[in-house]
Design a protein around this ligand. Structure first.
Ligand code: GLN
Length: 533
């Protein structure tokens, strides 16, 4: 039978519960257990697909096409698992399915209520997600004390009824703030948030404290006493230099041992070497040679908007033993020709026409100045417009997304997208296969002829322009044969110019860096070496 670990958060949001969950998952996986992780989001949106990255950070996309919370990205990267729709449940989804059942008459005669109907639906999903796994970690979003997360916490409490105490544990992640004026750490907020949790009927078994300063043994004892746990169950989570060092920080404090003891599990093996090797390289990063990379995107003000992209760059950099200095090139306010000053350029995915002309100009600069370039989704669409205008002399080339009535729609809508009226979950989403042409850069990078990559877009390369592009030496090196859609294009008269309609960043991890990113970083280093910088 599966064992459950519920992770809750107290005092403030953004404590890094996702990284805590993923790190615990990593340690347990290294002990030989099969682990699944589920994120509960208390908001009413059915999924994250319609939210701006400014609201909620990046939208992460799974193989089965779910548009989810970015924490699922951590789960995949730390555990090497492929998450699915069931790994992210929102209050919106739960209410939607309960209301649908009510309309069908499934609760005939009953008053439909939060308890038991909403909580039963949540518990059903917890149980389904745990099937086939030794351990299921369930991260409950939000902060204890919020109205929104109450049904999830109530369901978490009910899960323990009729189960042994060793089947379910609760880990509470909390903040121990530091007061500069009195130069001390304060445990009171933690005590209050644990009290709040107890009011709901949950007694935490382990407390993970986030703080900017080291917590003394004495303070740990105090927290333990107030929160009714043993001092060894108070685990520090100081701000780490890299998120990839968190599993090691937890391991040193015996968090994995505590969890296994409470769940009455015995380690099956200890296989941490490959992860550790990556972590050691992360620590040595300062000694690696540096390259400068530009990201020409629009969501430059919130770091989380390009979470997976930044992680993928980082994985590829560490794999190549290179340090990457990433800068954002704001193509709305800055001169896009600044792209020539970088060792590499990425134009990432995006929606809306802000800064589009600047992105197109930045790509032209990269193409004409041999700056290694990777275009992702909107980045590929911009690369296509650029090439049409400047290499194929189609001056009014554009995308239907930005100019619906343009005469030369290089990027256009597929037939089935033309009649869509609802915006939620209606894009080309999730994993699609792509066949790679022999003898191309794509084939060299991937080392295979067939790949699967994740998508999130409505618009596609317009096949009517394939011939004219090919006559100007553009190669369509990746095609989805079933739908006859362009997936990858590359320009051979250049050291590294490749653009893809999918999002490779969603499939990169520390132990499996993505070939498109490792290729880009390598090409950037070569450019730097050749320039003799
Ligand atoms: N806005 C473009 C489309 O919908 C690109 C989307 C993206 O970059 N993810 O096709």
């Amino acid at each position: 039978m599966t064992k459950y670990i519920f992770i809750t958060g107290g005092v403030v949001s953004s404590l890094g519960k996702g990284i805590t969950s993923a790190s615990i998952g990593r340690l347990l996986k290294s002990h030989g257990f099969s682990v699944n992780i589920v994120k509960c989001d208390p908001y009413i949106n059915v999924d994250a697909g319609t939210m701006s990255p400014y609201q909620h950070g990046e939208v992460f996309v799974t193989d089965d096409g779910a548009e989810t919370d970015l924490d699922l990205g951590y789960y995949e990267r730390f555990l090497g698992i492929s998450c699915a729709k069931a790994n992210n449940m929102t209050a919106g989804q739960i209410y939607q399915s309960v209301i649908e059942k009510e309309r069908k008459g499934e609760y005939l005669g009953q008053t439909v209520q939060v308890i038991p109907h909403i909580t039963d639906e949540i518990k059903k999903r917890f149980t389904e997600a745990s099937r086939g796994f030794d351990i299921t970690i369930i991260e409950i979003g939000g902060t204890v004390g919020d109205i929104e997360s109450l049904p999830f916490l109530e369901a978490a409490r009910q899960m323990k009824i009729n189960k042994n105490s060793s089947d379910i544990i609760y880990i509470h992640v909390t903040l121990v703030p530091y007061l500069t004026s009195s130069d001390e750490l304060k445990t009171k907020p933690t005590q209050h948030s644990v009290n709040k949790l107890r009011e709901i009927g949950i007694d935490p078994d382990i407390i993970v404290t986030r703080s900017e300063k080291k917590i003394s043994e004495e303070m740990k004892k105090k927290i333990a006493l107030f929160c009714s746990v043993v001092p060894e169950a108070v685990i520090e989570a100081p701000d780490a230099k890299s998120i990839y060092l968190v599993p090691e920080i937890f391991k040193k404090q015996g968090l994995d041992e505590q969890v296994m003891m409470l769940l009455r599990l015995r380690s099956k093996k200890w296989d941490f070497e490959v992860w550790n090797e990556f972590a050691q390289n992360v620590k040595n990063q300062e000694s690696f040679p540096e390259i400068k990379l530009a990201i020409a995107g629009k969501y430059t003000k919130l770091k989380d908007s390009y979470k997976s992209l930044n992680e993928a760059i980082f994985h590829a950099a560490v794999a190549n033993k290179i340090k990457v200095k990433t800068e954002y090139l704001d193509t709305e306010t800055e001169n896009p020709q600044k792209a020539a000053q970088y060792d590499a350029l990425i134009v990432p995915g995006g929606f809306g026409d802000r800064g589009i002309e600047g992105k197109i100009e930045a790509i032209r600069t990269a193409r004409e100045n041999n700056v290694p370039f990777l275009g992702i989704c909107l980045g590929m669409q911009c690369a296509a417009i650029e090439f049409a205008r400047n290499a194929a002399a189609i001056k009014d080339a554009h995308s239907c997304e930005f100019k619906p009535k343009c005469k030369n729609p290089i990027i256009s809508l597929m037939e089935e997208q033309k009649n869509i009226s609802k915006l939620g979950a209606t894009m080309r989403l999730g994993s699609y296969s792509c066949e790679i042409k022999k003898g191309t850069l794509a084939q060299t990078l991937y080392g295979k002829n067939k790949i699967e990559e994740r998508h999130r877009h409505r618009y596609e390369f317009n096949n009517e322009y394939r011939k004219v592009f090919e006559s100007k030496k553009m190669i369509f090196s990746g095609i989805n044969k079933k739908l006859n859609l362009v997936e990858i294009m590359e320009y051979p008269n250049h050291p590294f110019f490749i653009a893809v309609q999918f999002h490779p960043e969603f499939k990169s991890g520390p132990l499996f860096p993505h070939p498109l990113f490792t290729g880009l970083i390598k090409a950037a280093m070569e450019r730097r070496n050749n320039a003799g910088i």
